[in-house]
Design a protein around this ligand. Sequence first.
Ligand SMILES: C[S@@+](CC[C@H](N)C(=O)[O-])C[C@H]1O[C@@H](n2cnc3c(N)ncnc32)[C@H](O)[C@@H]1O
Length: 274
Amino acid sequence: MSRANDATIRPFLKWAGGKYRIIERIRELLPEGERLVEPFVGSGAVFLNTHYPTYLLADSNPDLINLYRTLRTEGAAFIAYCKRNFTARNNSAESYYRLREVFNTTRDVRRKSALFVYLNRHGYNGLCRYNARGRFNVPFGRYKRPYFPEREMWLFHEKAASARFVLGDFTTVLGDTHAGDVVYADPPYLPLSRTANFTSYSAGVFTLEDQLRLVQLAEQAAQRGVPVLVSNHDTEFVKRDYRNAHITRFPVQRFISRDGANRRPAREVLALFA
Ligand SMILES: C[S@@+](CC[C@H](N)C(=O)[O-])C[C@H]1O[C@@H](n2cnc3c(N)ncnc32)[C@H](O)[C@@H]1O
C-alpha cells in the first residue's frame, strides 16, 4: 500500500495527514507548471518530492511558517541550534513540560521555532494541537530516543531556496494564483467519525463551509487555467461536491489517530479541477 520508495525525501516534521506515503499517486496526477502552490503545506511532503522551478508554500499555522522561514534563511546554524535541545536530559516529562511552557510564552521567534522541532519529536504521537487560547497542549510522548532529523532539515533548507513561505488562509492564497501555477490543496479532512477529528492543527477549525469554499475557489482557478489537485477522504461530500473534478480513488492506511481502533484502511481521493 505504501508507495514511497527509497528516493522519497522524508519531511523533517511528523505531521497528521502528511502525504509522504502516497507521494507517487500525487506525483502521477500533478500537471506540469512554472510554480507549485500549496495552500496547506503542512510538513511539505509534496514540495520536497516534486521538481517545479518555484514554490509558494502557505499554511495558517504561524509556528510552522516561522520555522520554515528561519530554516530557509539560517540553514546549518539553525539546525545546530535545534539539535541542542535533543539531549537525554531533555527527554523527560519534567523537561518537556518546562520547554513547552517556554514555547508558549517566549517572543523569540528563533527559540520558538527550534522548540517546535523539539515538541514535534518529543510530544505524543507527533501531534500539533493548541487549546482555545492558542497554547500548544500536546502531552509528553515517552519516546525512548527521539530522532533528530538533521539530514531531513538540511534537505528542506536546500530546496527552500526555490520557495516563498506565506502565513495565511487558503482563500487568499488560492485567489492569488495565475496561469503557469499548479495547486496542490491538502486541507484538514472532514472527520470520518466524531473521534477521528483532526481539525486542530492551529487554534481555528476547518468547517464544512471551508470545504465548500475550497471547491468553489478550485473551480474558479481551473477556469483561469490553473489546475488544482485536492486531497480528501472518499465520502458523500466528495461524491456530491467534487462532481466537476476528475476523481481518482485508492485505499490508504491511516497512521495518526486518537485511538488504535481507527487505524483501519480508508479510501482516499485525489480530485483534479482542471
Ligand atoms: C492535511 S494537513 C497538510 C499535510 C501536508 N500535505 C503534508 O504532506 O504534510 C493540513 C494543513 O492545513 C493547515 N490549515 C488548516 N486550516 C487552514 C486554513 N484555513 N488555511 C490554510 N491552512 C490551513 C494546517 O495547519 C495543516 O498544516
